[in-house]
Design a protein around this ligand. Sequence first.
Ligand code: F6R
Length: 617
Amino acid sequence: MCGIIGYVGKSSAAPILVDGLRRLEYRGYDSSGLAVMNGSSSLATRKKSGRLVNLKTLLTESPVAGNCGISHTRWATHGEPSDANAHPHLDQSAKLALVHNGVIENYQTLKNLLEKEGHEFVSQTDSEVLAHLIGRAYDNSEGTDLKMRLVSAVRDALKQVSGTYGIAVMHADVPGFIVGARLGSPLVVGLGKGENFLASDVSAIVSHTTNAIYLQDRDLVYLTADEFTVENVDGAESAYEVSQVDFTPEQAEKGKYPHFMLKEIFEQPTSIQNAFRGRLVDDQASALLGGLGLTPRQLRDVERIVLCGCGTASHAAMVGEYMIEHLARIPTEVEIASEFRYRNSPLDKNTLVFVISQSGETIDTLAAMREGQRKGHRVLGIVNSVGSTIARESDGGSYLHSGPEIGVAATKSFTSQVTVLALLALLLGRMRHLSVDYGQRLLREIRELPAKVEKILEQTDAIREIALKYIDAPGMLFLGRQFNYPTALEGALKMKEISYIFASGHAAAELKHGVIALVSPEVPSVFIMPRDSVYEKNVSTLEEVKARKGPVIAITTEGNTDLERIADDVIYIPEVTECLNPILSVIPLQLLSYHFSVARGCDVDKPRNLAKSVTVE
Ligand code: F6R
């Protein structure tokens, strides 16, 4: 949540910062702003509430010049979205500018203290307090090395705060110099030729450089155009690695698609293939997940599995639970990460914990991972973002290799997470009782998934027509059983987050236990009911909805035309073995919510109140 980009070099900073903010806007879009220094001890700040376009207009009316600057796109935590609350924030002297991601938990105490000393605040943010704190430490320090005075001031202030931060700081006394630090909020250094960058996310800098240093918690960095130093916030040495960014700038652009969400839905044949590429082992009828770092014996000894994640990742985890229990017969539980971290869940020594996260930065998932590790468990990650905190701190795991997911609504990450979990279930199953025949069949079916997804995507126009029919619906129900119960939850989440209508997902048979009260001619029910072992049961539930005049959209297996008699609309998906079905059945749900949202005039890629990657509690 929130995005930061800083630049120091020889080019004009403002266009680079604005382009970086454009790429980061999915991290928050309540306001944006920048501060630029022109090399002659003056600092120009421009900021505006609302979308980035407002800042761009302001910069056209009132341009800024200089080759060093910091900027920010905000997802509001403390203080409403307004010009005053937009970052950067200045200190009391108005010579120091700061952008901040995270939350300063003791900001009120610090603010009271600073106010007693005569500091005046112009915003309601916690971040402005940190700017004043650093400015005060700088003003109270002595010495001729102004760069090191600024570095020490940052260190000094950070010692006084509790909470989380990813910051970039500049001071008018020290042109061409940026200081950054992180704790709990991601920060990356981009290394260029005669220019350097600081960003919360590599997508902001990938068009300039692919050499990146992913800072660790408690790292502090200072940059000029030609040099950089990485240390610990306490001044001790900190080891770092220069990594290569693993995606191209084009991958982080919409290309021919009107929205990132649609682009990412259509990328799924490729992203699913990337999730299983090189991981199918034909001669063993099994899967290879080398990154887990577990010996066959260790895998054999696993007695229980806990899968942890938030939102869409937790729905993928639920599919994983069904798959692992079905294929490997290992008791598996899904824990919502935010609950797991505070709950004293009894875990015995042969429990294997997985944390599942697209971004690898979700604060609750990160905290759940650390809690699991603190209890002495091996915690493995199923993560998309290379170099993310979970990827680095977990005890092993598997990457999704989906490429950047920019649309706020998760789509391709879900199908990739389920694909990797299917490989895990197959691997664990084959170490136990799963037959060679069954293993081979699964490998065949996994390989066929991309082509089957293509076939569903071809129906996008027909799904759009269905969405248009229900455009005035005040709410929607999503119903599925067994492997498709989590799919129903995911379909409902997609619908509500981008269309702002009430939508709820349920295990279909739960309908009669209360939910049926919501059925009416205005409220469509989406049934996910492939021809599987619970198909007939689903038909009975569907009939109950129809008997109460509820419109029904049914998603079922190709060739099963029976439902055309009873459902109002039918969407067909290719046949696939039961446990892999969610990878196909979720695609029409993604398309349905996408077209529904577009038709209702909602901002699909930037739904209200949301932002990609939840890095604050
Ligand atoms: C829903 C959505 C969120 C995320 C959740 C976890 O479309 O995007 O529910 O799935 O915030 O995010 P990651 O996977 O980055 O940990």
